[in-house]
Design a protein around this ligand. Sequence first.
Ligand SMILES: [Zn+2]
Length: 307
Amino acid sequence: MILQRTLKDSITLTGVGLHSGKAVQLTLKPGRPGQGISFVRTDLPNLLPMAGHYRNITNTQLATTLGRGQGSISTVEHLMSALQGAGIDNASVEVDGPEIPIMDGSAQPFFDAIRTVGVESQRQSRPYLALRRKVEVQVGDKWAMVEPSSKFEVHGSIDWAHPSIGYQEFHYIEGHTSFSEISRARTFGFLRDVEALKRMGLARGGSLDNAVVLDESGVLNPEGLRYANEFARHKVLDALGDFKLSGVAIRGYFRLHRAGHDLHSQLLGAIFRDPDNFEIIDSGMYIPRRAPGIRAALAGRLAATVG
Ligand SMILES: [Zn+2]
């Protein structure tokens, strides 16, 4: 059994919104057991908190956007990925605008902040979803599938006819692969698309400081790539964040080819559409305060699992 986890304390980060180009303040706060990840727009006090859940996804173009009523929050995936990588079950995410700040285009600034403040176990077991059979979705030459596995693992591959990309892949296995292997991989885009987005009033905050930008022949960032397969690593980073929107820890082997936010959300929808696809395993165990021996033993096991 693994216990649920939250942050030891609150953290505030500031950055710019990728699309608005405006300054954004982001605060992460500890959450209570069973809460999950919830999102709050502090600039819209009448808007109720929204669950970080795939059913609240309103847009998957360019980024994953959650929405409720008149309020939305976009680009949640890199933060969700950092929360997944840090093993956080419960937290409140407060932001004073419609976007999570883009930071450097990766999940590293969020992951560093979480590690600085620390993570603590809570007195409630963590349920998990076990796949019972293969589920897959396909759109043209893009596909995403998940099969039963005793672990959470994601294999991502892309194949683009571009001198800096080509075929590349990355395989993340929770408990075996360090999250640091993918957390630094940045989002990427083509200069022609960035220019078109800017003409549409989008990507105003986009720059070489928060994305890998490519033209027809190569990478424009003077510092180059952080990894030869940074693109595939970022695809896996995105997938970890999007799959955390299932609202439950998943044990399954995901394989994704040329997939993106839309296919990730379609795959979650396909899993949950048929209850025969999965079962939720929950020991329902609650550890009373006066059981320090059990808690210490469980905490030791947890530390060994998370690494
Ligand atoms: Zn991304």
